[in-house]
Design a protein around this ligand. Sequence first.
Ligand SMILES: Nc1ncnc2c1ncn2[C@@H]1O[C@H](COP(=O)(O)OP(=O)(O)OP(=O)(O)O)[C@@H](O)[C@H]1O
Ligand SMILES: Nc1nc2c(c(=O)[nH]1)N[C@H]1C(S)=C(S)[C@@H](COP(=O)(O)O)O[C@H]1N2
Length: 160
Amino acid sequence: MINVAVLTLSDKGSKGQRQDKSGPLISEMLKGVGEVKYYDILPDERDLIKNKLLEYADKVDLILTTGGTGLSPRDVTPDVTLEIIDREIPGIAETMRMEGLKKTRRSMLSRAVAGVKGQCLIINLPGSPTAVKENLEVILDVIAHAIEKIKGDPTECARQ
Ligand SMILES: Nc1ncnc2c1ncn2[C@@H]1O[C@H](COP(=O)(O)OP(=O)(O)OP(=O)(O)O)[C@@H](O)[C@H]1O
Ligand SMILES: Nc1nc2c(c(=O)[nH]1)N[C@H]1C(S)=C(S)[C@@H](COP(=O)(O)O)O[C@H]1N2
């Protein structure tokens, strides 16, 4: 089973001013795919996010973040993610934005990124529960294979 950490980035959520629905939704959607071992809510603060991502990356196979991917001045999740990853996986974020366009034109406003830190896959999701559902459902089936490859699975990946 894949070990997962979920990190919600929200100023309001971290102050208890809004119930976090997106973090629990991620956990729900991951049933059968992975087990959520860690979950936290942080404000949109670079250093706090960076330290938490680095801590989780040593402990789990997959980190899913939600929130802070947009254009508000305090949205920094993709910027911090890019700072710490070793390699980017553009196709994951491209797929989320492309499939999202079928639901809302605002899909193009998410700056979400995905990448690898050590042996951990990190994927940013936007903040609203609707966006989490629509983004995660279009990449969910590829996550297990991506993690196998990150961990060095030598089997050939091509379809026969
Ligand atoms: N973690 C969450 N749980 C529930 N609803 C959320 C969450 N994050 C965002 N939303 C919903 O999506 C809308 C847009 O998200 P956005 O990230 O812009 O919110 P925000 O209010 O700017 O976040 P912040 O808490 O960082 O100020 C919010 O107004 C809220 O309705
Ligand atoms: N599929 C999908 N993608 C989506 C959305 C959505 O509702 N559905 N919301 C968009 C909106 S309105 C914004 S502003 C950006 C960034 O969201 P965030 O700042 O909450 O991370 O994600 C976008 N991506």
